[in-house]
Design a protein around this ligand. Structure first.
Ligand code: SF4
Length: 251
């Protein structure tokens, strides 16, 4: 049986998919988005977070059966709330085999995979094909810009998006709005053109920039070094989505 490392389990979550949910945050992410607001999710290993409030460990090891039992224990509540379970991170596909094994042990719960899409295609297929809905992050369509701001190109992400559109699993595109980076007309127009007409697309969600992104870095022993001007005002132009006939929401 596989084990996985989880850095948080959020109960009664209402922003991570339909209805009332339990969100499992898995440790480890291959990207390094300079705006990441979960730096404790980057390293795959459990780690000690140090702050004036004291030390705490981020990262608990579960077997797949232990995690599934904990989630199944809330099945009635989650069904009553028309919700389910969301796997997030970090990047949940950094522990793809573990996540797949947990899903296989769930009692018919609605499952959302919240992913950056930066994963091996085979692992992406294996997990995405098991879930009810995918939240797929699409940050930047331009490969060089993507590399500059996240530490990796987006070729794998775009390929997995194509895979997703052929799986028959509904999905929502999520764009974090980073001032002057992802909220530009060029990027949002490219997103609208790219996803327009994709089978399975439900809508595009735009997530306004979180200005407390840097707050947790020191506790992780990391430096917050944004590759953009945090003080810039967000300026998303939604007209490109309307003209492409793509439903869009600003959360
Ligand atoms: S993909 Fe998400 S978890 Fe990974 S670095 Fe980017 S924002 Fe952080």
């Amino acid at each position: 049986m596989l084990t996985g490392v989880v850095f948080d389990i959020k109960e009664f979550a209402v922003h991570d998919g339909p209805g009332v949910r339990v969100t499992v945050f898995l440790k480890g992410c291959p990207l390094r988005c300079s705006w990441c607001h979960n730096p404790e999710g980057l390293s795959p290993q459990p780690q000690v977070l140090r702050s004036v409030a004291g030390d705490r460990v981020a990262g608990q090891v579960f077997t797949s059966a232990e995690l599934a039992a904990r989630l199944n224990g809330q099945a009635n509540l989650l069904r009553t709330g028309e919700g389910g379970v969301t796997f997030s991170g970090g990047e949940p596909l950094a522990q793809a085999a573990f996540v797949a094994e947990v899903i296989d042990q769930l009692n018919n719960l609605h499952v959302v995979l919240d992913t950056s899409g930066h994963a091996e295609e085979a692992e992406f297929r294996a997990v995405a094909s098991k879930v009810s809905l995918v939240y797929f992050d699409l940050k930047l369509v331009d490969a060089e810009q993507h590399r500059h701001h996240t530490g990796a190109g987006n070729e794998r992400i775009l390929q997995n998006l194509r895979v997703l559109s052929g799986l028959g699993v509904p999905f929502v595109i999520r764009v974090p709005l980073i001032p002057g980076v992802t909220d530009t007309e060029a990027n949002l127009s490219s997103v609208a053109r790219l996803v327009n007409g994709m089978p399975g697309l439900q809508r595009v969600d735009l997530l306004p920039y979180n200005r407390v992104a840097g707050a947790k870095y020191a506790a992780c022993g990391l430096a917050f070094q944004p590759t953009y001007d945090e003080s810039r005002t967000l300026n998303p132009n939604l007209a490109c989505f309307a003209s492409a006939g793509v439903e869009v929401r600003v959360l």
